[in-house]
Structure formats: structure tokens, C-alpha cells
Ligand binder design. Structure first.
Ligand SMILES: *Cc1c(COP(=O)(O)O)cnc(C)c1O
Length: 430
């Protein structure tokens, strides 16, 4: 253990690697808490923060954010059960997704969540039938997910104003008065819109928020639906790459307050929701890998590590032709000067398994630990963990100076347990 090595709340990286093995995701609860509190403090009180489990569905991460006060935005049966078991109150859970099935709709009704976010008029009708068949006493609360006619800018993945499989086009919602009037067992209580992800400019988020609130007001007036809840999305980004800067949170807070205040004055009982995943968890996570081999190929230095894009597909790069690198740290010698650029690769038999390209690092030797920072969102959950049957890595939450396993590493037996070996004669093999 070298004196200068990286630590997580005082725990040396080498100690974590020794106890839990590598590759490993380490989540720092102090960072989670600090991020949540900073955001909470700058938003108006009428805005609730809902955590999108899509970014990191680990149940302990969800429980930790829930304990801070976050609600949950879930999109599958398992995410719903995760949020409930993590202790998030059903009144602070919403369920959305373009292809919900009957089991998911029923589970939402059973749990009594705050609202289901409907993404098509057909889904509204089906839900109406389903709730009717179940003989529920109360009408089921839903938000209409609207695909706004105005576009967003500044997102890596713009949503509004385009053909999308998500939500109902604003133009169609506008014509849906009759459909809504036919609903017997479903109660539309507000509007939802999500404009995209990875916003790094506060003005874009403020612009979207203003646009969504105005659209919600307009649609509610036109359709005669109440505005008990408006979810205006979020999609706040974090800076991953060299040419990016983090959001100006103070300016974001001021801008959101400015557009929310007059809305709340007109709709004092309307619950506003900002839903976001990446912003709440990205900064808290580090993907820890161990260098297996350090080799040169035609002048380029490679670190071949024990984990790669099979756990961190996001590091491959998002919609960009030029490879941009997530922040990578030499965990053993974080403060040493860079020796040379290294290309960080994993154990997969594909040339695409490149976590970072030509990133300047201090001297790396086999056995050294490297950390990919800002990796708490869209890590294992958005990665091909089954590729080459390596399985998913362990995950650890460091809280109050203690590191605890929050997901076990997949073993070979885990990986094989769900497969069936059939004999060539069609019989089950012994
Ligand atoms: C993905 C998604 C989110 C979370 O996005 P982040 O960029 O991680 O905050 C929220 N809402 C919807 C509808 C989404 O599809």
C-alpha cells in the first residue's frame, strides 16, 4: 500500500480491492448525499425530486436516496419492487415506460403508487378496462406523457418536436378530449414530459421547464383536466469529458425558481416533480479495475485490465465519432505525474473493448488499480455484462467510513444456473 493511494472515505482502494475483488463498482454515499442535498436546496419547495432507477437500479443506492427524501421513477416490474423494498413510499413512486404489460399495470394498482404515466391513448383505454375488471373503488391516477411540439436543445438525446415511441404527441393529446371523457376507472391528474438527457447548460433546462409548465397549463385548460401533478423531467448531465463543464447549479436553481414561482402561484396545490437519474448517482461511482498486462503494440501502450466495457458500456462513448474519455485515475499513484498515454482495455475479445483511449497516466504496472470516475450512472445496468460470460461485477457502498457489499459478483455457477443443457437426443442431460 503506497502512502498516496486513492481512498474512499478513508478506506484505501487496495483494501476495497482485496476485500471485494475486482472489477468492482464503488459508490460513495457521502457524494450521493451531497449531490442530492445540493440539488434539493436550490429547487423550490414545491418541486419533488424523483430518482430514475434506470441510471442505477441497485436497491441500496435507491434506499439511500429514498432516505434522503427522493421519490422513485420506475419503468419495470422489478424496478417497482426495488423501490418498494428500498422503502420508498408508494405515494412517491411513478411508473412510466412505452411498453408496460398487464402485470406491471396490476402491480402499480396494487401498490397504490402516486401515478402511472400513460404513453398512449390505447394504454389509457386498456388501463381503464383493467382497473374496471379489478373492481377497484378508486379511479386509478395517471399522468399523460406528452411528446411536446416544441424541441429541446443542448441534450445528447433530444426528445420534443420529433417522432418518438414515447408519450403522446401534443397535437394528439389536444384532440383526445372525447377519449378522456370516456374513461371510467382512470383519473387523469396531470402531465408528464421528458425532454432528453445530459443537459449541461442551465438555460436549456430552464427553457424546457418553462415550456412544459406552459404546455401543461394550456392542455389542462383545453381538456378540462386538473393539474394536481406536473412532472417536467430533468435529464441533468454531469461533465464526463475534457471539453465539458458541470452545470451551473446556482443559475439552474435561480432559473427554475423563476419559472416555477408564477406557475405555483396559479396552481398552489400542484405537485411538481423533477425526475433524474444520472445527475444523482454518476459522481458517486468509481469503476475499479486491476491492470493484468501492460503491453505495447506498434508504439501504443495498452493496459489490459480485468474489467472493461462489459461493465461500463457508457465509456465507449455516446454518439461521438471521436473517442472521448471518462476521467481515469491511477488509484495507486493518483498524484504522480503522467508517464505516458495508455489505452485502457478490458478482457473482451473485441477491439471495441476500449474504456479510455490514450489517457495520460502515471506509470502503470500489472497489478495496479485504475479507477474510472463518475461511473455511478448507467454502469452495469446499461452494459453487456453477459458478454463472454464474464458476468456482472461486485458493487460496494461506502457509508460512514464502512464499505458494504450491495451486489455480489456473478459466479460461473450463477451464470450457468439459468441455462439448460439438453442432450443431442433431446433428453435432459444428467
Ligand atoms: C432515462 C430517463 C430519465 C433519467 O434520465 P437521466 O438523464 O439519467 O436523468 C428520466 N425520465 C425518463 C422518461 C427517462 O427516459
Amino acid at each position: 500500500m503506497s502512502a498516496g493511494e486513492a481512498r474512499f472515505q478513508g478506506i484505501p482502494a487496495t483494501a476495497l480491492a482485496e476485500e471485494f475483488g475486482t472489477p468492482l463498482f464503488v459508490y460513495d454515499a457521502e457524494v450521493l448525499e451531497d449531490t442530492y442535498r445540493r440539488l434539493r436546496a436550490l429547487l423550490p419547495e414545491t418541486v419533488d425530486v424523483f430518482y430514475s432507477l434506470k441510471a442505477n437500479p441497485n436497491i441500496s443506492v435507491c434506499a439511500f436516496l429514498g432516505a434522503q427524501g427522493a421519490g422513485a421513477e420506475v419503468s419495470s416490474h422489478t424496478e417497482l419492487v426495488t423501490a418498494l423494498r428500498a422503502g420508498v413510499h408508494p405515494r412517491d413512486i411513478i411508473f412510466l415506460g412505452p411498453g408496460k404489460d398487464a402485470r406491471e399495470l396490476a402491480a402499480c394498482a396494487d401498490a397504490g403508487i402516486h401515478a402511472l404515466v400513460c404513453e398512449s391513448l390505447e394504454e389509457l383505454r386498456q388501463l381503464d378496462d383493467l382497473v374496471g375488471e379489478r373492481g377497484a373503488e378508486e379511479p386509478f391516477p395517471v399522468l399523460l406523457r406528452v411528446n411536446p411540439s416544441f424541441g429541446s436543445k443542448g441534450s445528447g438525446l433530444a426528445m420534443g418536436g420529433k417522432p418518438r415511441q414515447f408519450g403522446i404527441d401534443e397535437e394528439e393529446v389536444r384532440r383526445a378530449k372525447e377519449t378522456l371523457a370516456e374513461l371510467r376507472h382512470v383519473r387523469v391528474k396531470g402531465v408528464h414530459a421528458y425532454m432528453g438527457t445530459r443537459f449541461l447548460h442551465h438555460a436549456d433546462v430552464v427553457h424546457n421547464t418553462a415550456g412544459i409548465l406552459a404546455m401543461a397549463e394550456d392542455l389542462a385548460g383545453h381538456l378540462g383536466i386538473p393539474l394536481e401533478t406536473v412532472d417536467f423531467g430533468g435529464g441533468l448531465g454531469v461533465a464526463y469529458f475534457e471539453n465539458e463543464d458541470d452545470l451551473d447549479l446556482d443559475a439552474l436553481g435561480a432559473g427554475v425558481r423563476e419559472v416555477v414561482a408564477p406557475f405555483t402561484a396559479r396552481h398552489p396545490h400542484c405537485r411538481l416533480i423533477m425526475e433524474l437519474g444520472r445527475f444523482l448517482t454518476a459522481d458517486a461511482g468509481t469503476y475499479v479495475v486491476r491492470a493484468r498486462y501492460v503491453k505495447q503494440s506498434r508504439g501504443e501502450w495498452f493496459v489490459v485490465a480485468d474489467g472493461g466495457t462489459n461493465h461500463h458500456m457508457a465509456a465507449v462513448g455516446i454518439g461521438s465519432f471521436v473517442k472521448r474519455n471518462f476521467p481515469v485515475t491511477h488509484l495507486g499513484r493518483p498524484a504522480d505525474p503522467a508517464a505516458r498515454p495508455y489505452t485502457l482495455t478490458g478482457p473482451l475479445c473485441t477491439p471495441n473493448d476500449v474504456v479510455a483511449k490514450r489517457v495520460p497516466l502515471p506509470e502503470v504496472v500489472p497489478g495496479d488499480l485504475l479507477g474510472v470516475r463518475r461511473s455511478g450512472a448507467y454502469g452495469p445496468t446499461a452494459s453487456p455484462g453477459l458478454f463472454l460470460s464474464h458476468g456482472f461485477p461486485a458493487e460496494v457502498l461506502v457509508h460512514r467510513g464502512r464499505a458494504r457489499l450491495v451486489r455480489e459478483r456473478d459466479t460461473t455457477e450463477d451464470m450457468l444456473a439459468r441455462q439448460r443443457l439438453v442432450g443431442l437426443d433431446g433428453e435432459e442431460a444428467p
